[in-house]
Design a protein around this ligand. Structure first.
Ligand code: ATP
Ligand code: MG
Length: 571
């Protein structure tokens, strides 16, 4: 294809508000343009990349036996009312009314619609298992759309839903998707890690996230240095410390006047103590009423673990007024002794012999409190976020905390939607039973950005061969030099005939401009044709990733490019 005929509006300047490298480069390379917050146009080159991702996803889903469908983006409220999500799905769900006043929404996900389809069309165990997927535009009114395509409001997702006669078959289907996802992300040329993810209070290990590893990722994941344990931060377990519970000190606790010490830092400074000797008491509101949570001063609460333990869906820190009402003291002086709330303590707190806590009395703390001796606790449990100092919960070796971008998520749904929407089938004995379900998502547009977060340098994008908008960038030094002109057009044709995707930069620009743009666009192979090398019957090839350059005889170039391409696509 000819550069001069394509809309490739490259830019020298970075867009002002772009925080992420991928956002900056997609913009500068003329691949996307912003329409509104979290909403983008895909320009010709951007769309070529998107299609490459889609094709890999499609091929591997088909290979795994899934069937492609296309469901509507606009969904009626009735289905969401049936599943119960109309009420509980927050403001991310874009709701609207049509001209008849009927409620509807723009689909952020399609469990309801697909379950409705399947309950109407599938009636017998003979039609199972069934896996249906689509590649489609989703809308989620994200509170903070950011990083360009990484967290958009409108984005492209591949979502698949599987239906099974029983749990065992659902697990087989889950395994097949796990394998397909491994192949998809490998073929996309991504460096990724599969991590265990939270499944809600039901538990089990049947949710995995596929994380592209990059320091710029929004997600934190835990990875064992010795065994293959890996989990996202929400899910990563902390073990109770050895020697729990700690024996109590001899003396009883005492009340101390601690004016102006609200935060862990202030309390630490006042007592000349370490944060490991302090316990913070957090007051949470839930739909089941308020609770108190005890955590060591240097630890952070993990709200997902807390929600799962309490089996609640709403969980927010209590307001300052509510804290005063519930504890009798200002925020910063809450403590477990004398508190008439259900108390949940993190494992680490039970491991402290004597701790400093708030006194539920303004400007006062208690010292020498022991959890087992002095506090009536509802439960001691794993309620905190893992730190880099924690051991692996499986093998005890050291762990690493890594950053990543979630590009895929697979989830065993069980009967949640089939029960709510009464999606049943008749089993071999003519018994009516609910369908077992699984759901499997991939952030197709997010992959584009994740690939750039992983592949770039100061000059621009470095696409993996499989995702590059073109595999070869063909650059003439001058189109006014007749032999160069003749060779470059001939090579262009030969390359296209050989099945290579080649972008011939036929613009009336200086070679330096063309080289800069080729680097910015991230095309993996660059072929330069100029009078000097032509004089010896050669052209120059340069690899974008390592900038390695060599000269090749003209009649060997196509073969060389094909071999390089094949090698990189199979790597
Ligand atoms: P996140 O935690 O990043 O918000 P999620 O858990 O809401 O993701 P799912 O509902 O599992 O995501 O959606 C499936 C996939 O869709 C995700 O793995 C991710 O790759 C992609 N995705 C989700 N939200 C967005 C978004 N706002 N922009 C782009 N891609 C997204
Ligand atoms: Mg989300």
């Amino acid at each position: 294809m000819l550069f001069s005929k394509l809309l490739i509006p490259t830019l020298k300047e970075n867009p002002a508000e772009a925080e992420a490298v991928s956002h900056r480069l997609l913009f500068r390379a003329g691949m996307v343009r912003k329409v509104a917050a979290g909403i983008y146009n895909y320009l010709p080159l951007g769309l070529r990349v998107l299609r490459k991702v889609e094709n890999i996803v499609r091929q591997e889903m088909n290979r795994a036996g899934a069937q492609e469908v296309l469901l509507p983006a606009v969904q009626p409220a009735e289905l969401w009312q049936e599943s119960g999500r109309w009420q509980v799905y927050g403001k991310e769900l874009l709701r609207f009314k049509d001209r008849h006043g009927r409620d509807g929404c723009f689909g952020p996900t399609h469990e309801e619609v697909i379950t409705d389809l399947v309950r109407k069309e599938v009636h017998s165990y003979r039609q199972l298992p069934l896996n249906l997927y689509q590649i489609q535009t989703k809308f989620r009114d994200e509170i903070r759309p950011r990083f360009g395509l990484i967290r958009g409001r409108e984005f492209i997702m591949k979502d698949a839903y599987s239906f099974h006669a029983d749990e065992a078959d659902a697990e087989v289907g889950y395994g097949q998707m796990y394998q397909a996802y491994q192949r998809i992300f490998t073929r996309c040329g991504l460096n990724f890690k599969v991590v265990e993810a939270d499944t809600g209070p039901i538990g089990g290990s049947f949710s995995h996230e596929f994380m592209v590893l990059t320091d710029t990722g929004e997600d934190v994941l835990v990875s064992c240095t010795a065994c293959d344990y890996a989990a996202n931060l929400e899910k990563a377990e902390c073990l109770p410390p050895a020697g729990n519970p700690a024996p109590a000190p001899k003396q009883r606790w005492e009340l101390v006047h601690t004016p102006g010490t609200r935060t862990v830092e202030e309390v630490t400074a006042f007592f000349r103590a370490t944060p490991q000797e302090i316990v913070k008491t957090l007051i949470y509101e839930t739909e089941e009423g308020p609770v108190a949570v005890l955590l060591r001063g240097d630890h952070e609460v993990n709200e997902v673990k807390l929600k799962n333990l309490l089996r609640v869906t709403d969980l927010v820190l209590a307001s300052a007024e509510r804290v005063k009402e519930l504890t009798g003291a200002e925020v910063g002086f809450s403590g477990p002794i004398g508190l008439r709330l259900p108390i949940y303590a993190d494992y680490a707190v039970a491991g402290m012999a004597a701790m400093i806590t708030g006194a539920n009395q303004d400007q006062h703390h208690l010292v020498g409190v022991n959890l087992t001796r002095d506090v009536s606790v509802n439960q001691v449990a794993d309620l905190r976020q893992v730190t880099a100092q924690d051991p692996c919960p499986r093998c005890g070796a050291a762990i690493n905390l890594l950053r990543g971008i979630e590009v895929g998520h697979i989830f065993k749904l069980g009967l949640k939607y089939s029960q709510a929407l009464k999606a049943t089938f008749l089993d071999a004995n003519g018994q009516e039973r609910y369908l077992y379900m699984g759901c499997y998502g991939i952030g197709v547009s997010r992959i584009m950005a994740a690939a750039i977060e992983q592949g770039h340098d100061e000059d621009g994008i470095i696409w993996p061969m499989a995702l590059a908008p073109f595999q070869v960038s063909l650059i003439p030094i001058s189109l006014f030099d007749e032999p160069t002109r003749e060779t470059v057009y001939r090579l262009h044709q030969k390359m296209e005939e050989a099945g290579l995707e080649v972008l011939l930069d036929d613009r009336d620009e200086r070679p330096g401009v063309k080289f800069k743009d080729a680097d910015l666009l991230g095309i993996p192979l660059r072929v330069v044709v100029g009078p000097k090398t032509l004089a010896t019957g050669q052209v120059e090839v340069r690899h974008r990733r390592d900038r390695k350059t060599n000269l090749l005889p003209i009649d060997q170039i196509v073969e060389y490019l094909l071999e390089t391409m094949a090698r990189e696509l199979s790597a």
